[in-house]
Each structure stands twice: as C-alpha cells, then as structure tokens.
Design a protein around this ligand. Structure first.
Ligand SMILES: Nc1ncnc2c1ncn2[C@@H]1O[C@H](COP(=O)(O)OP(=O)(O)OP(=O)(O)O)[C@@H](O)[C@H]1O
Ligand SMILES: [Mg+2]
Length: 221
C-alpha cells in the first residue's frame, strides 16, 4: 500500500493540546491558562507562517472546557471572507444556545489581518459585547501581520507570539513519523535534510516536505 502524505499528516498531527509540543514557556502558560480558567480574554496568536497558529487555535478551542463540542466552535477564514458581513453573521448567530454545560462558544478568526476596516470595526463591537470567556464567547484570532489588526481589537486581546519553529522543534515529530511507519533513516542525515540554512529555523511544513521526499525515494524502483 502506498503511504500518502495526507494520510500521514492526519495520523501524526497533534490531536490534543498535550500533543502540541513547544519549548516556549509563555506559550505553555497560555495553553494551560485558558482551560484552567485563569485567562479569559480573547486570544490573538501572532507568528510567522507555519509556526502552528491555526493548529494551536483549533486544539485550544476543543479543550478550553471539558465538554466543548464541535458544534460550539466556529471557524472563520478571513482570507476567504474579509467583509463586515462575515462578522455580522457571527453576531447574529452567536447568541444561540451552546451544547456544552457552560454555554460557551468559540469563534476562531483565522488570518484576521485580512478583515476590512469595516469588518474590524464590527469585530470591535462584537468583542465589546463579549469581552471575556465568562460572557459566553471565546475569540481566538490568528495572524502573521500584527499591524493588520486594528488597535481597538488588539487592545481587547491577550497577544501571544508564537515563535518560528526550529530544527529541534520539528525533529522529534519527523522521527516519530518515520519510526511509526517503520522507515529506516540516519538521524544526522534527517537533521541535515531539515536544516534549510544556518538560521536553524525549520517549519513543520518543511518537515512534511522532507518526509514526502523520503517516502517518494523509498518507493522508487
Ligand atoms: N507543535 C506542533 N507539533 C506538530 N505539528 C505542528 C505543530 N505546530 C504546527 N504543526 C503542523 O505544522 C503545519 C503548519 O501549522 P499551521 O497551519 O497551524 O501554521 P500557521 O502558523 O497557521 O501558518 P500560516 O501563517 O501559514 O497560516 C500543520 O501541518 C500543523 O499540523
Ligand atoms: Mg494559519
């Protein structure tokens, strides 16, 4: 049977917040602060492409309270619909009763810098109505351009900088995938393949590219 990259990704990608590995203390504090109830403000995840913002937003949404359900999580990609209408539609439906015991909904606004000025203004209004988790809505915004988020929206959020990942961050995951699939490799060669340049930075997307190369080479006659 041929292994496809997408099947590997769904098999090995973090399924739980606990699977989300990071060496960053601030990130860890925030990841645990929301489920513990010590943090309640809207969360704005800022970081370079591929640092894991969208992934983290989804994992945190699912575990922010113990009985969160997928029906109570709304995912909005601002790149797809940056209009004020997108925010308005959230405002109109977010009041409906949630299916969890705390009557909490999560709204993920992915690539939030894409929102138009008018959408940002509507979002400010909505966040004023629901300023914290205990008011019934948990907003999680992601962006790689902090300057694209309006000041009033930024001010209402806890800003978490998700740092660029390094070879050391992605290497354990690459090993886990290859070990799990019984694919032999030399550790140092793998490290070299994951190292793009002298910066030591490497994204999980780069890692999947390297895995794909290894699988492709292996299936060549
Ligand atoms: N801590 C992690 N452990 C394992 N895999 C991760 C981790 N963080 C991210 N990934 C994987 O890396 C890939 C990119 O992550 P994601 O899409 O969340 O990045 P992003 O910061 O939202 O990027 P962009 O700015 O391009 O939207 C995904 O396949 C994701 O599953
Ligand atoms: Mg993203």
């Amino acid at each position: 049977m041929t292994i496809t990259l997408s099947s590997l990704m769904s098999k090995y990608e973090p399924k739980k917040l606990a699977d989300y590995t990071t060496f960053n203390l601030k990130t860890l504090t925030v990841i645990h602060g929301y489920p513990q109830g010590t943090l309640t403000r809207p969360l704005l995840l800022v970081g370079p492409a591929g640092s894991g913002k969208t992934q983290l937003a989804k994992l945190l949404a699912a575990e922010v309270i113990p009985d969160m359900t997928p029906y109570d999580i709304r995912f909005v990609d601002a790149a797809e619909d940056p209009s004020a209408k997108a925010i308005k539609s959230i405002g109109q439906t977010v009041h409906t009763f949630a299916r969890n015991s705390q009557n909490l909904r999560v709204v993920i606004l992915d690539e939030a810098h894409e929102f138009t000025a008018q959408a940002m203004a509507s979002l400010k209004g909505l966040m004023t109505k629901f300023p914290s988790l205990d008011k019934g809505v948990f907003f999680i915004l992601t962006t790689n351009h902090l300057s694209g988020i309006s000041d009033p929206v930024r001010d209402r959020c806890l800003i978490l900088e998700v740092p660029a990942t390094t070879v050391d961050d992605v290497l354990p995951m690459a090993c886990r995938v290859l070990d799990g699939e019984g694919i032999a490799y030399a550790f140092e060669d793998l490290r070299t393949a994951l190292t793009k340049d002298s910066s030591g930075l490497a994204t999980f997307r780069d890692m999947w590219g390297v895995i794909e190369d290894i699988i492709t080479r292996r299936s060549m006659p």
